[in-house]
Design a protein around this ligand. Structure first.
Ligand code: MN3
Length: 256
């Protein structure tokens, strides 16, 4: 898919997402869970824009070309990662929820009681969601945290360098496959940590819980073609392609 087609597909997908999103009254409940809104407010008043990015029945376009993150993440890895790994998680997730009561629930709601959903939904739903999240928090244009986010980072980790070190260590020391996260705890303070397999901080089974802000995939398929066994080099290179605009937006949205 060339860049123009990708962009058109993205616009179309976003438009579809929005229509489905407005139909999904269930999201009102998620708003209560995540942002503490009252039940009286409908989706139109939903403050958490983070929620509308994900539709359980749409496989979204990659927001950039496969080679956009070169040389830090190579085109071949991106292509296989997005078009095979991610797509397979999505297909298996849709199959796993088809015809069940989960079919009409938002993915965040499913994660909230994932302990009751079974391994197929947990692993493939997590794999679907985490990768959408990951693509959106990468960009060829990187900047930095907003003043508000930087203040919160300094408060939690002392400095941006120490935050990077803490986040990087979570990613580098996760044994086997998984994800490292920067997330907002229920008291709205920042924390870093990692989850195994395709788990994430929205799942009721997770040892670390909160609103995710930034993530890195540390499964070998995310880096092995370019970095082989050198996960640490991949994690260090990751900072060159962090989409801070997205992280800033998630933070602003998450603290409301
Ligand atoms: Mn992956």
């Amino acid at each position: 898919m060339n860049k123009t087609n990708q962009r058109m597909f993205k616009l179309k997908t976003q438009s579809m997402n929005r229509k489905n999103y407005v139909k999904k009254m269930g999201l009102g409940v998620i708003a209560v869970m995540i942002t503490g809104l009252s039940f009286g407010e409908g989706p139109e008043n939903l403050k958490s824009e983070t929620m509308e990015k994900f539709d359980t029945h749409v496989f979204p376009a990659l927001p950039y070309a496969y080679d956009a993150l070169e040389p830090y993440i190579d085109a071949r890895t991106m292509e296989i990662h997005y078009d095979r790994h991610h797509r397979t998680y999505f297909n298996n997730f849709v199959s796993a929820i088809k015809g069940t009561e989960l079919d009409n629930q938002s993915i965040e709601m499913i994660f909230g009681s994932i302990s009751k959903a079974g391994d197929a939904v947990r692993n493939n739903g997590g794999g679907f969601y985490n990768h959408v999240f990951f693509w959106n928090n990468l960009s060829p244009k990187t900047a930095g945290p907003s003043a508000d986010l930087l203040a919160a980072i300094n408060k939690a980790f002392d400095s941006i360098d120490k935050f990077r070190e803490a986040f990087g260590n979570s990613a580098k020391t996760r044994f086997g496959s998984g994800w490292a996260w920067l997330y907002l705890k229920s008291d709205k303070s920042l924390a870093v940590g990692s989850t195994p397999n395709q788990d994430n901080t929205l799942m009721d089974v997770s040892a670390i819980k909160g609103i995710p802000l930034l993530t890195i995939d540390v499964w070998e398929h995310a880096y092995y073609l370019k970095y082989q066994n050198r996960r640490a080099d991949y994690v260090d290179a990751f900072w060159n392609v962090v989409n801070w605009e997205e992280v800033n937006r998630r933070y602003k949205d998450g603290i409301k």
